[in-house]
Write a new protein. Sequence first.
Length: 226
Amino acid sequence: MSTDTEGAPEKVRIQVWSDYVCPFCMLAEKPLEEAVEGLDVEIEWKPFELRAEPKATLRPEDPYLPEIWKRAVYPMARRLGVDITLPTVSPQPYTRLAFEGWQFAVEHGLGDAYNQRLFRAFFQEDRDLGRLDVLVGLAEEIGLDGPAYRKALEDGTYYARHQDALRDAEANRVQAVPTILVGDTRLEGVPSAAQLRKAVLDERARLAESAAFEGVACRADGTGCA
């Protein structure tokens, strides 16, 4: 990563691995937004498939999902003031195709808007993110070219790029979502805004210290030393 001004620290980089069918990933948006308010940071959302094909996805009529929502999701949502509901889509959709669509959105400068739209489509509107027609409609809603988006997904244009992203998640030992990296600080699950902000400020201080000493050395021509 480069800097605009010589000797100036880099922006704090925040990497967030998520999946569109993970309610905690949508809930993590709120503390993340609060934590970085007024700070110059770079947030990069990244894909992780909780249940990739051919592994079976979860069913809302089975005991597990209603129980985890009652015990953890709904209480957290109430504390954060987030409107979220257990979708009735059964079985829950695979998200590979949606993530390939995210690559298309990123290429067209709408990656963040796409993420937000898909989270809300699934958890607030009960939309099936595994259906191509649904994805095309959502893409068009945020200003993407629907026919071009559809063709890219039908042709597998972004399949390889998505697989590279999954290998990046593996390289970073991501096994659960959300997983958040603030520099080298690792946070798994939904952190508090205070916890996140502390990680950001600590990383900003580390980068500033690193920039202050970058290139400081004694040279043979007598320059660079007091």
